[in-house]
Design a protein around this ligand. Structure first.
Ligand code: TEU
Length: 585
């Protein structure tokens, strides 16, 4: 998928030192020295697919509210709700038609206020998705902008006359997009295929859309755009939301000269040449917007947070998103390298290197291994035979590292990717145009599996927007809650441990036995007792290195039934695909 290509060329960096140890704070709260989000466990909710309260086959806000107790039981403390604003749903909400309202198919503002109030009662923070790069083509801003060249919003989007097609050197994508003798100004391609430029006869001009044609890019060089978008953000801050996940944040600006992006080798799923987004991504001006946004958000009471969707190929480039001490930017840029780097695999060396690097940023790290754009990690890291055992190892790495962790609905129960098998069943447009090379993102967006009953307890309607995965009869919250050895119980155990154990909560992270190709070992030092985490990524029992933790140890969490309650590590073996977390007895 996109990010796998984008992360090509990932650099190797050596871990330099250990982190400062902050004082523990009660769950869900923060102090000035250690704001709540430094210990957050974020849970991404895709509102279409979480809970359907009105039986129309599509999830809604009341459906989320109805399941807050389940989330509290799991132990997460922060909900990121993917876009629930009015939208034609061309990109399932990432095409926003009104930034200050709720899509009627998801409910209304009273439902949102209730969701937020009920969440707060349970010490759950609410983070909204904010799409600043583009709007829907049905947003009134764009409708006005597209009507003529001289309306008050004429310059709110990225418009261009194009170039004379005759005699110009054009890419194949440009050649297919000629109107009134004009070709698009450059070779830029939409992330979802085809030219990134769309002709509008009323203006006799092209507009730029990095994503779907229904998602025109805003012109961030126009100060009125920043003012309007910051106004929308304030609308929600005033309503009490705890922060935002900033969508596609790196692409706000385009090269003022609109130069051609360099061509890389190979073709994308749509059969077009791969481009390097040199002139259409990560322009330096974006950092100015981030600094101003941060200043605005920090001025609000109550520690609001900015989380960024930051696909970066290496840790230095990720670090830039934190800004500096004097000019801070994002609180929590997402580290998507461990989970989605193009070489990501279930391998001790991969996890060790990426976890080591993850600690090298100036602020608090945030690790992500699942989201609504990628096949589920249980499939990406699984081998088809030991998927749950491997998923337990991945969960342990995510939840015992010194990082804010982000998980995605369904991941804690091991929901699998259910990619459509027939093109006529695909809902995500990129899966239709890209079929069969790119089957789209429906597979990771199927309805949440609550029970073994009809529609997995998601809806009373047999026709849900995406089909319920038949494996809900075994993979569901109700059954897994009752099984102590389930993936869900493992998550609950690790989450509680991470919250209550001072070393896991705040302790420095030190890697041991660092040449071991099979077993990843690290120590967390904090409070009065260290914690040792041992993860076997191999399919064989592995001997443990000498001197990891001398004396008798007590098991805090063990993913394999054969692991003893107490043991000495000298001479002990770690079973295949086992995760073992211990502390001195
Ligand atoms: O994704 C931005 C992004 O980088 C995508 O190109 C991503 O790599 C792609 O979806 C993978 O197939 C964000 C949202 O997460 C995504 O759902 C939206 O479609 C996109 O922005 C446009 O808003």
């Amino acid at each position: 998928m996109g990010m796998v290509r984008r992360l090509a060329g990932m650099a190797c960096v050596v871990w330099l030192g250990s982190a400062a140890i902050a004082a523990p704070a009660p769950p869900g709260t923060g102090t000035a020295a250690a704001p709540w989000w430094q210990h957050a466990l974020v849970y991404e909710i895709y509102p279409r697919s979480f809970g359907d309260s009105n039986g129309d086959g599509v999830g809604d806000l009341n459906g989320i509210t109805a399941h807050l107790d389940d989330l509290q039981k799991l132990g997460v403390d922060t909900l990121w709700i993917a876009p629930m604003y009015p939208s034609p749903q061309a990109d399932f909400g990432y095409d926003i038609a009104d930034y200050e309202a709720i899509d009627p198919q998801y409910g209304n503002m009273a439902d949102f206020d209730r969701l937020q109030a009920e969440a707060k009662k349970r010490h759950l923070h609410v983070v909204l998705d904010m799409v600043m790069n583009h709007t829907s083509d049905k947003h009134t801003w764009f409708l006005a902008s597209a009507a003529s060249r001289d309306n008050p919003k004429a310059d709110w989007y990225v418009w261009n006359d194009g170039i004379d097609a005759a005699g110009a050197t054009l890419s194949a994508v440009q050649k297919r997009n000629i109107h009134d003798g004009k070709a698009p100004p450059n070779n830029w391609e939409s992330v979802f295929g085809g030219s990134a430029w769309q002709w509008v006869p009323a203006r006799k001009q092209f507009y730029y859309h990095r994503f779907y044609v229904q998602q025109p890019d805003l012109n961030w060089r126009n100060p009125a755009v920043e003012k309007a978008m910051f106004g929308a953000i304030r609308f929600w801050l005033d309503r009490g939301v705890d922060g935002f996940r900033l969508d596609a944040i790196s692409t706000l600006f385009e090269d003022p000269r609109l130069r051609n992006d360099p061509i890389r080798s190979g073709t994308n799923a749509q059969g077009e040449p791969n481009l390097q987004s040199l002139y259409s991504d990560k322009l330096p001006e974006v950092h100015g917007v981030m600094r101003r946004l941060r200043a605005m958000v920090d001025a609000y009471p109550g520690q609001r947070v900015l989380i960024g969707e930051t696909y970066e190929p290496d840790i230095a480039q990720l670090d830039a998103w934190y800004g500096t001490k004097d000019a801070p930017e994002l609180h929590l840029p997402m580290n998507l390298q461990l989970g989605f780097g193009w070489q990501a695999s279930f391998d001790a060396r991969w996890f060790r290197t990426r976890l080591q690097e993850s600690q090298q940023v100036h602020g608090q790290p945030l690790l992500v291994v699942d989201n609504h754009d990628n096949p589920r990690s249980i499939d990406r890291f699984g081998d088809g035979q030991h998927d749950v055992a491997r998923a337990k190892v991945v969960a342990a790495a995510l939840l015992t590292s010194r990082a804010v962790a982000l998980t995605y609905y369904g991941a804690p129960i091991g929901m699998t990717t259910a990619t459509p098998t027939r093109v006529e069943d695909v809902r995500d447009p990129v899966g239709i145009t890209g079929w069969p090379k790119d089957k789209g993102r429906d597979g990771e967006r199927t309805p949440m599996q609550w029970t073994a009953g009809p529609q997995a307890g998601f809806s009373t309607n047999p026709h849900t927007w995406l089909p319920v995965n038949p494996n809900h009869v075994t993979i569901n919250v109700a059954d897994e809650s009752a099984r102590p050895d389930s993936l869900l119980s493992w998550h609950r155990q690790l989450i509680a441990l991470r919250r209550d154990n001072p070393a896991l909560r705040d302790g420095a992270m030190r890697f041991l036995d660092t040449d071991n190709p099979d077993v990843l070992v690290y120590r967390r030092d904090g409070g009065d007792r260290p914690v040792l985490v041992m993860l076997n990524f191999s399919g064989k029992a592995q001997p443990l290195a000498k001197g990891l933790m001398p004396g008798k140890v007590r098991t805090l969490a063990g993913s394999d039934a054969s692991l003893p309650a107490t043991a000495t590590l000298e001479g002990a073996r770690l079973p295949a695909y086992a995760a073992w977390v211990v502390t001195p007895d």
